[in-house]
Design a protein around this ligand. Structure first.
Ligand code: DUC
Ligand code: ZN
Ligand code: ZN
Length: 478
């Protein structure tokens, strides 16, 4: 028989995009979707998806993999294990961070990060930059050149001693984003307030993990969020406030939107499914496993985040996967001993569970529509970072990055996961769905039981201009 017109046909799919749900066969040729329709011709391979939802593969636009840390702390996931976990959880594109150390050139940080990724990734990846040392060379030469080469987004920090920028530096960096059309992501927490509170807690002997949340109350996030918005207004450039945790930051963002300011917002699973109580109700060290910044809040704030996901306040739902082991001596949270909360590495594992948590509790729990799920987990992240329409949608010409969902109840255990982290913050949760099949550029990388990736098959993606951006320079005085 002659060769079939498609490499693969997925039959009878219930295709969900950010705008519609429709029944169709999906024809795949050379890794791309080449046809969508009913009764498509033959494929070399065929998959029957009758009765099942098919969504675009997830785009996890905020995750940390193999990011250099000060020893003995080490991230548990590199590009191999991190993208393996991503694939098994239905994510087919990841965007981790090439982080500049103070004193280091941005170019060197990017070159080093490529070495860490080369030959290891199982799914496609792009890089954000982290700008921690905005020297004149970085602002005038390196950053503009890197943006032009496809590194079109960068994160800036308002806290963490080794990363934080002062307001003047933030204005300088935002101005580069404005001039060159990049997306600026902001970690908004007030560093001085955190340090002041931390010293007082330590002086009182309050050093257990749970005091991490006491050192970072919502007002430190609220103040920094407001300041970031004001700085972006001054420069007249859009910003994206990342990992928003609760009501007070949400109120600032709603206020900004009401003023017509271009402020985008991202949230993460930990702000829907964890509370500060997960850091411990007493002085037990076990709460170290849930230390992240901003910290999880309370049940009422979880509702605020759900509402923001539903009503369009949030543009993106990312994992902020920052993988640290709890047991052991290497990279433990941290160093094999129980330390003051100040020294516990911030971050939670979530790259593999992000999609299923939101699908289970959001879509099947009746809190958000299937369209909103696709928008938050795939389409908007691809648009925000200039990867759409190649990524983040199911359309002719797009990469065949797809998830076929299995809807079934099960209890989540870390032993089922594929990351290299020794725990999941969501251990014991009952989920209602998990990806039954993940395809990356038409290849099955996860079949619901086994992983079929290949280190190095993941391709580096140069990002284009963010297409969520409003037209540039509108309304800016001369
Ligand atoms: N907070 C961050 O800012 N980054 C990594 C993880 C975290 O908790
Ligand atoms: Zn952050
Ligand atoms: Zn992060």
């Amino acid at each position: 028989m002659s060769r079939a017109p498609f490499d693969l046909v997925i039959r009878n799919a219930c295709v969900a995009t950010a705008s519609d749900t429709f029944k169709a066969d999906i024809g795949v040729l050379d890794g791309r979707i080449s046809q969508l329709g009913v009764g498509l011709d033959r494929g070399e391979k065929e998959i029957d998806a009758a009765g099942r939802i098919v969504t675009p593969g997830g785009v996890d636009a905020h995750c940390h993999l193999d990011q250099p840390m000060a020893p003995p702390v080490r991230m548990a996931d590199n590009f191999d294990t991190g993208t393996r976990a991503a694939a098994c959880g239905g994510t087919t594109t990841v965007i981790p961070f090439a982080a500049q150390e103070k004193g280091q050139s941005l170019r060197a940080a990017v070159a080093d990060y490529h070495q860490r990724a080369d030959g290891r990734a199982h799914v496609d990846y792009a890089f954000h930059l982290i700008v921690s040392d905005p020297t004149p060379e970085v602002l005038n030469v390196e950053l503009p050149a890197l943006i032009a080469e496809g590194y079109t987004s960068f994160k800036i920090y308002m806290t963490y001693d080794d990363l934080k920028l002062d307001d003047g530096q933030i204005l300088d960096v935002l101005d580069v984003a404005r001039q060159h059309g990049a997306m600026a992501m902001v970690h908004a927490e007030n560093a001085d307030c955190i340090e002041w509170l931390t010293k007082r807690l330590e002086a009182a002997g309050r050093t257990a993990p749970r005091f991490h949340a006491h050192a970072r109350p919502m007002l430190v996030e609220r103040e920094a969020t407001h300041r970031a918005i004001a700085l972006s207004e001054l420069v007249d450039v859009p910003i994206l406030i990342v990992h928003v945790s609760g009501r007070e930051a949400v109120e600032q963002i709603r206020w900004a939107r009401a003023q017509g300011l271009k402020v985008f917002a991202e949230t993460c699973p930990q702000y829907l499914f964890l509370t500060a109580e997960d850091l411990g109700m007493d002085d037990s060290y076990r709460g170290a496993r849930c230390v992240c910044s901003p910290p999880p809040r309370d049940k009422a704030n979880q509702e605020v985040i759900w509402n923001g996901l539903n009503d369009g306040l949030f543009t993106l739902f990312s994992s902020d996967h920052a993988p640290f082991n709890y047991e052991g001596t290497e990279g433990r949270k941290p160093g094999g001993e129980e330390v003051s909360f100040r020294h516990i590495p911030n971050g939670l594992a979530g790259i593999e569970t992000r999609m299923a948590l939101l699908y289970s509790e959001g879509v099947l729990g009746g809190r958000i529509t299937l369209q909103k799920f696709v928008e938050l987990t795939a389409t908007n992240p691809a648009k925000a970072y200039g990867l759409h329409p190649r990524k983040g949608t199911i359309a002719i010409g797009a990469d065949a990055d797809l998830v076929i969902w299995d809807e079934r109840e099960f209890v989540l255990r870390n032993t089922q996961l594929h990351h290299a982290v020794d725990h999941t913050p969501y251990e014991g949760m009952t989920l209602k769905a998990w990806p039954g099949l993940t395809l990356s550029r038409g290849e099955v990388v996860w079949d619901g039981r086994d992983f079929h990736g290949r280190a190095g098959r993941g391709q580096f993606l140069a990002c284009g201009a963010p297409s969520l951006m409003p037209s540039r320079h509108v309304g800016r005085p001369a």
